[in-house]
Design a binder for this molecule. Structure first.
Ligand code: MG
Length: 159
């Protein structure tokens, strides 16, 4: 039976932090602020996978008050979501995600992101869709105050 989950995440852009999206460090004047590496794309995908399982969200699995996750690479969150799928005897069918960022340009980094995300989730990178759009200069994303990501996950679970 195919189950679908949705995920959304946003982090603030600040100076003095690396910009990490989909596990790729992208050259930029600012980076995303957060307890972990603040990889909004990985977080949205983690929540989409957990959502497909009807599970609680990433913040419950990995509280930002827990020092274990301070500066943590978000790969561990993806790996845990994939492990939860495995515990249910399921498999991730595909992921699709969209990044919302006014800057920098993401396109050239997408193949590396897909590689990282697929590897963390234990699926073929071709089953991970990553797209990017600007917010046409509108709102907090348009003002470059933050970067958001949304994702859906399709998970095949036994009845
Ligand atoms: Mg987050």
């Amino acid at each position: 039976m195919i189950h679908v989950g949705i995920g959304y995440d946003v982090h603030q852009l600040v100076e003095g932090r690396p910009l990490i999206l989909g596990g790729v460090e992208i050259p930029h004047t600012m980076g995303l602020d957060g307890h972990s590496d603040a990889d909004a794309l990985a977080h949205a995908i983690t929540d989409a996978v957990l959502g497909a399982l009807g599970e609680v969200d990433i913040g419950h699995f990995f509280p930002n008050t827990d020092p274990r996750w301070k500066g943590a690479p978000s790969r561990v969150f993806l790996e845990e979501a994939a492990r939860q799928v495995g515990l249910r005897g399921g498999r991730i069918v595909n992921i699709d995600a969209t990044l919302l960022a006014e800057a920098p340009k993401i396109f050239l980094h997408i193949p590396a992101m897909k590689q990282n995300l697929g590897s963390a989730l234990g699926i073929d990178p071709r089953k991970v869709g990553v797209k990017a759009t600007t917010n046409e200069t509108m709102g907090f994303i348009g003002r470059r105050e933050g970067i958001a990501a949304m994702a859906v996950a399709s998970v095949d679970l036994p009845e």
